[in-house]
Design a protein around this ligand. Structure first.
Ligand code: 13P
Length: 251
């Protein structure tokens, strides 16, 4: 069966000291409240080593917010999959809509990033999701299908099994306007049907599909109650341990 997961995407926030405190608060909670579910934090790259050192032998996993599509070499400012693995980073967010929008990441580039991650035993948290106008025009299903087809459906069954999908409708990110539980369930079930068609029933049933976009302690339970919503990728509400912990408890 698939694992339920809450992952925090800190984006470009927090000082070193604040990052240290936040990781320690989450670890303290997990020590007293062991869980079968997955808990992942994705801090900015400069705090990955801190987080992964603190998380050693704990129940918390650490993910990067991005990964280079190249293996190594003259790519100033980039961080490779091998570097992440050498710091015990086990996950990487790939294809976040902010990376697509502000850093011009295309579906083709994202496919190369997914390949790099998997080559180094890093599980991609692959983000997909439509813009508001695309939903208003009724194109949201086609947009998400195309993102999956061009960036992850080249994988074989075994590699795809190491992938986590995050459905993040762009209009819900940072806006306070989350997708309704019905909208989330509808898209998640559609994504699972695409995986079933591409691979098989077993792969579809085993794939964790997270929801992201203004998910908070108030709406998490209702969103996670849907059969195809296996947890969340949390932005703003992952920056305070109280909120993040309440979301973990909503799983
Ligand atoms: P918010 O939870 O702040 O809307 O961000 C969601 C997100 O982009 C997570 O990757």
């Amino acid at each position: 069966m698939r694992t339920k997961i809450v992952a925090g995407n800190w984006k470009m926030n927090l000082t070193f000291e604040q990052a240290d405190d936040l990781v320690n608060e989450i670890l303290d909670y997990l020590k007293d409240n062991p869980t079968e579910n997955g808990v992942i934090v994705c801090p900015p790259a400069c705090y990955l080593e801190l987080a992964s050192d603190l998380a050693f032998e704990s129940e918390m996993f650490v993910g990067a917010q991005n990964i280079s599509q190249h293996a190594s070499g003259a790519y100033t400012g980039e961080i490779s999959a091998a570097m992440l693995l050498s710091m015990d980073v086990n996950y990487a967010i790939i294809g976040h809509s902010e990376r697509r929008k502000y850093f011009g990441e295309s579906n083709e580039m994202l496919a190369a990033k997914v390949d790099q991650a998997l080559k180094h035993e890093i599980s991609p948290i692959f983000c997909c999701g439509e813009q508001l106008a695309e939903r208003q025009q009724g194109n949201h299903f086609d947009v998400v299908k195309n993102q999956l087809q061009e960036s992850v459906f080249h994988l074989d069954k075994v590699d795809f099994g190491n992938l986590i999908i995050a459905y993040e409708p762009v209009w819900a990110i940072g806006t306070g306007e989350n997708a309704t539980p019905e909208q989330a369930q509808e898209m998640h079930s559609y994504i699972r049907s695409l995986i079933r068609d591409k691979y098989n029933e077993e792969v579809a049933e085993n794939t964790t599909i997270l929801y992201g976009g203004s998910c908070n302690p108030k709406n998490a339970k209702e969103l996670f109650a849907n059969p195809d919503v296996d947890g969340g990728l949390i932005g703003g509400a992952s920056l305070k341990s109280d909120d993040f912990i309440k979301i973990i408890e909503a799983l």
